[in-house]
Ligand binder design. Structure first.
Ligand code: LLP
Length: 421
């Protein structure tokens, strides 16, 4: 082999290697430097996930709009833009954040639920793509903009999907979207107002491991596609499942990518129309890139459990309490200690259990406990409950940790309060 070939070979091997998880030592250093509780995000892991999607969906040329709601730190948004991904926004403020992060309007999608028409008008003003999720707002939009500004509509396909009922959004009792059985009314609105519907959108839930659920969604949308003469885009939402436990079933995105390509090719053969396909992944892009580090304040033994009480709670990381979500916990300080069983709990004034009866390497007061899969809906769902400070956030890129949000300080708690007494 020539030298050039060797270099090329090494480059290929290197570029295909999986991004390593952040090491225990590195995470400990960050916790010591920036304090706890601390969110840490690994940029290269986000990029790896995005590249996996591009590869898996090459056949259909799908476009991906990162569901910003999972994690909106402006640096994460900028990074997402830098790697070439688009963004989906669930509120007008997310649109403003996306613009601030440097996304151009054609890279921004706005998919909101049950909002005032004024917010849709504002989104239109910014020139972003819009998915409308009610007949009344579609009618208002049509009356105001007629055929001049193409929009998507969010439909409720009456498909039960997702990891739990709270994050299941496409079933027949769900508040989201326009119910499929009301397509006639949509057609009437299109006729009356000449509104131009160029996209059909569904998002049936989060943590959908079954490729068939997406296939069913495609089938439902293809069935009604004939009602929409201006149709260009099928938007299948987010919901790709990642593993929260070792070895857990995940969405087979390679198989899904293949299925999507086949279905869209077939549709083109049948109708002569090539539709674009869009997705809005949140968890898939950022969940595994995130680590949440806490420190153990106290250990308490009782007849039924040993409690490890950490310096955080449902105010910082609510997924375990709100959804009963399982997150792998690692004792960074004593990884090889003998296994003992713990209830890992928070410091909030109500029951906030992170994990029950969890075998973990022996915990001592002062140890650092790290939660995996904390990138998506972690910091983003945090609050100042109990007047506690929100955690700091760090972005690791090129092996360096950058503070991207300082921890709250006391003034932050009073920031918007008006002392009238
Ligand atoms: N598109 C739309 C319209 C959505 O409503 C969502 C999530 C997504 C995309 C992204 O879904 P993902 O790929 O992240 O599953 N807080 C919950 C998840 C709520 C998801 C809400 N909508 C959790 O922590 O499990």
């Amino acid at each position: 082999m020539t030298r050039v070939m060797v270099i090329l070979f090494l480059f290929t091997v290197y570029s295909q290697a999986m991004v390593q998880q952040l090491s225990r030592e590195f995470l400990i250093d960050l916790a010591n430097k920036f304090g706890t509780p601390l969110y840490v995000y690994h940029a290269e892991k986000i990029k790896e996930q995005y590249e996996r999607l591009l590869k898996a969906f090459k056949g259909s040329g799908a476009r991906f709009f990162y569901a910003g709601k999972a994690l909106t730190n402006i640096n994460v948004l900028k990074y997402i833009r830098e790697i070439g991904c688009q963004v989906d926004c669930s509120s007008i403020n997310e649109v403003l954040l996306a613009l601030r992060a440097g996304f151009t309007p054609d890279q921004i999608l706005y998919t909101s639920s049950n909002i005032a028409f004024a917010e849709i008008e504002a989104a239109q003003g910014y020139g972003v793509s819009i998915n409308i999720d009610s007949i009344s707002n579609l009618e208002k939009f049509g009356k105001k903009f007629g055929h001049s500004y193409p929009v998507g509509i969010r439909l409720r396909p009456n498909i039960m999907a997702g990891g739990n009922l709270k994050i299941s959004t496409g079933h027949q009792d769900s508040k989201f979207g326009i119910p499929l059985e009301q397509i006639d009314q949509v057609v009437r609105v299109m006729k009356d107002t000449r509104v131009c519907v160029n996209a059909l959108h569904i998002h049936t839930g989060s943590e959908i491991k079954d490729v068939e659920v997406f296939a069913k969604g495609i089938e439902v949308l293809f069935d009604i596609a004939g009602n929409f003469p201006d149709l260009e885009i099928i938007d299948l939402g987010g919901g790709f499942k990642v593993a929260y436990r070792e070895g857990e079933a995940v969405t087979d995105i390679e198989r899904l990518g293949q299925k999507v390509a086949e279905e869209f090719d077939m549709f083109e053969k049948k109708t002569g129309k090539r539709l674009k396909v869009w997705f809005e992944p949140g968890k898939f892009l950022v969940s595994e890139a995130g680590y949440f580090i806490t420190r153990v304040n106290v250990l308490k033994e009782s007849a039924t459990a040993v409690f490890a009480g950490v310096d955080s709670g449902l105010n910082h990381f609510i997924r375990p309490m709100f959804y009963g979500a399982y997150h792998i916990i690692e004792n960074l300080s004593n990884p090889h200690g003998p296994l003992r069983t713990y209830n890992v709990v928070g410091n909030i004034c109500e029951t906030d259990t992170f994990a029950e009866n969890r075998p973990l390497p022996q915990i001592n007061e002062g140890d650092l406990l790290m939660f995996r899969n904390a990138g998506a809906y972690g910091f983003e769902m945090s609050s100042n409950y109990n007047a506690r400070f929100k955690p700091a956030e760090v972005l690791v890129r090129g092996g360096e940790g950058y503070l991207i949000r300082r921890r709250d300080v006391f003034e932050d708690l009073l920031r918007n309060q008006l002392e009238v007494l």
